[in-house]
Design a protein around this ligand. Structure first.
Ligand code: PDD
Length: 286
């Protein structure tokens, strides 16, 4: 069965799917995106993801490509046509196609909308979670507006490649004061010796992760203590546990940061429990 993509109003073979060379996403990274988990055929936390998409579009003054009901219908159709039961759906909106010029094109230029979906084997992710992952730390050299989920991801791409070359799965980015901001494509968490969850507040320096929000909900339900405050790399080295969150990784235990084993070098019990119970607090659509 061939994969299908939605591109500007049409369902096309994934292998043939293309946007124009003067799409502003291609030329200027002038666009935003979302990644949503698909589990047992349902969209996970779709409302929060689409709310964040609206916010990203508004912040950049990019028009909505279509109303929410229509958008959800297209998302479901892409999942259906690709027969994805478990995996992810990717949505990208750019400022559209116009002759190359840095300033925004006329308001009559419609935004471009691309939606794809891909299956992923949950058993493979479960095996990775049983071992835990390694992360490295790198200076955070991104722009100020990382709260916008922009497709302009060059610093993230470079950080991720450096992590891969170092045998790690993720790079934790560190601000000028030595505090961890977040991962290149995940939010960062530690667990203190006393068992408190610590994650950077979402006001500044990070993307407001939807998985992060769900884990905060779950922590509240489980009666866990949460400290939304910045933490340093040194504190992370000494943490009892560490983990990352994203729609693609869910709760993924971290067992090594740079050359330091975290805790006993095995996935922590709190991270593992949060991963196991994660889907008990999320919204399921479809
Ligand atoms: N990344 N921080 C960054 C920089 C991210 O790119 C992401 C998501 C997150 C976690 O957000 P959420 O929990 O809403 O997925 C945090 C997606 C998955 C990606 O770029 O593939």
């Amino acid at each position: 069965m061939s994969r299908i993509a939605y591109v500007n109003g049409r369902y096309v073979r994934h292998a043939d799917a293309a946007v124009h060379i003067e799409d502003r996403g291609y030329q200027f990274a002038d666009g935003v995106y979302e990644v949503c988990e698909v589990k047992d055929g349902s969209l996970i936390d779709m409302t929060r993801h689409l709310d964040r998409l609206d916010r990203s579009l508004n912040e950049l003054e990019i028009a909505q490509p279509m109303g929410r009901r229509a958008l959800v219908a297209v998302m479901r159709e892409v999942i259906r046509q690709n027969r994805v039961k478990n995996g992810m759906i990717y949505l990208q909106v750019t400022r559209g196609v116009a002759p190359r010029d840095h300033v925004f094109p006329a308001a009559t230029v419609p935004p471009s909308l691309v939606i794809t979906s891909r299956a992923a084997d949950p058993r493979k992710a479960a095996r990775t979670a049983e071992d835990g992952v390694a992360v490295i730390t790198l200076p955070d050299n991104r722009w100020e507006r990382v709260d916008i989920k922009s497709v302009s991801l060059l610093p993230n791409v470079i950080a991720k490649e450096k992590a891969r070359r170092a045998g790690a799965k993720e790079a934790w980015l560190v601000d000028a004061d030595g505090y961890v901001t977040e991962g290149a494509s995940t939010n960062a968490w530690i667990v203190t010796a006393e068992g408190s969850l610590v994650t950077r507040p979402a006001e500044h320096g990070i993307l407001r992760g939807i998985t992060r929000a769900a884990v905060l909900d779950l922590a509240a339900r489980e009666g866990l203590t949460v400290e939304e405050r910045p933490f340093t790399v040194e504190e992370a080295y000494r943490a009892r546990e560490a983990f990352i969150t994203a729609a693609t990784t869910l709760v993924m235990p971290v067992v090594r940061i740079d050359d330091h084993a975290i805790g006993n070098g095995q996935p922590g019990s709190i991270a593992t429990a949060l991963r196991t119970r994660f889907h008990e607090v999320v919204e399921r659509v479809g």
